[in-house]
Design a protein around this ligand. Structure first.
Ligand SMILES: Nc1nc2c(c(=O)[nH]1)N[C@@H](CN(C=O)c1ccc(C(=O)N[C@@H](CCC(=O)O)C(=O)O)cc1)CN2
Length: 296
């Protein structure tokens, strides 16, 4: 049985149409949603993600305030840019593209973003609200995973979910969201990570109904590790050299798509799965932040 593809590109497109209409409505009320974007250094992947985010903003009518800084910038200088954006009423969301250069303390920068403008959902206040089930900006990649599960009618209530990876931006939040008393949610969640024993990982993955792989390593999940009919969400993005491609590489996820697609009931492709949803959920949060302004 071949798996159904959970098409993130298509869902992202559908959601962007809705968001575009919401932006038009906000504009008719005198509010143009604005996203402050900060990119430090010239990491090629970060540059390409930021460019995609800005293009996506433009397409749906969000204004973006683009600040590109050299990787020689000091922590204080970077903090002053965040502070400027915190005080700018035209900016409803602030995005500091990660990773930051090693000499800059990422936590310090994230903590400086006003929680009201934290459209990445990384600030400790946003994380706390998310864990407590309070209204807040949800982190974009985990939120995108939930939207995919919802759109493709995957039942999460009572499901055995295994999350592979415990990062602050994917593993921990997606595990938390799926255990919340909510829909999607109400799952029994197990988090596996680099220190999980191989035999334990297998025990967990073999009984999972849904597996979210965010390990950062290709082939972390293979067909022999899962039961028939499992749903797999692959958050990984790994570059593999490929001279036949124009850019010299191709992208693969953390799951072995080719073997898993014969055993899963549903699976996300890479590219075209979770990645496009990450950008769309950023737009979603930025529009939400601008709408919040209406009620103030
Ligand atoms: N401030 C943030 N930094 C980072 C985040 C984040 O959510 N906020 N996440 C990641 C990278 N990321 C967004 O910034 C991101 C990754 C991948 C994609 C994406 O669309 N991928 C495409 C393929 C793109 C390509 O061809 O190169 C796909 O999977 O189809 C978007 C955003 C780290 N930093």
């Amino acid at each position: 049985m071949a798996a159904e593809l959970m098409d993130g590109k298509l869902l992202a497109q559908e959601m962007k149409e809705e968001l575009k209409a919401q932006v038009e409505e906000l504009k008719s009320k005198g509010i143009t949603p604005g996203l402050g974007v900060i990119l430090v250094g010239d990491n090629p992947a970060s540059k390409s993600y930021v460019t995609s985010k800005e293009k996506a903003c433009e397409r749906i009518g969000i204004f973006s305030d683009d600040t590109r800084l050299p990787d020689t910038i000091t922590e204080e200088e970077l903090l002053s840019h965040v502070d400027r954006m915190n005080r700018d009423d035209k900016i409803h969301g602030i995005l500091v593209q990660l990773p930051l250069p090693k000499h800059i303390d990422e936590d310090k920068i994230i903590n400086a973003i006003s929680p009201d403008k934290d459209v990445d959902g990384f600030h400790p206040v946003s994380v706390g609200r998310m864990v407590l089930g309070q209204e807040t900006f949800l982190p974009c990649t985990p939120h995108g995973c939930l939207k995919l599960l919802e759109r493709y009618d995957v039942e999460t209530e009572g499901a055995e979910v295994v999350v592979i990876g415990r990062s602050n931006i994917v593993g921990k939040p997606v595990a938390n969201l799926l255990m919340r008393k909510d829909k999607p949610g109400n799952s029994t969640v197990t988090v596996c990570h680099t220190r999980t024993k191989k035999e334990d990982l297998l025990t967990h993955t073999k009984k999972a109904d849904i597996i979210i792989v965010a390990s950062g390593f290709p082939n972390t999940l293979t067909a022999d590790m899962v039961k028939d009919g499992v749903v797999v969400i692959d958050v990984g993005i790994n570059r593999v050299e490929d001279a036949s491609r124009e850019r010299g590489y191709r992208l693969i996820g953390d799951a072995d798509f080719d073997s898993l697609k014969e055993k899963c009931s549903k699976i996300t492709p890479v590219p075209g799965g979770v990645g496009p949803m990450t950008i769309t959920m950023l737009l979603f949060n930025t529009v939400q932040s601008a709408r919040n302004r209406l009620s103030k």
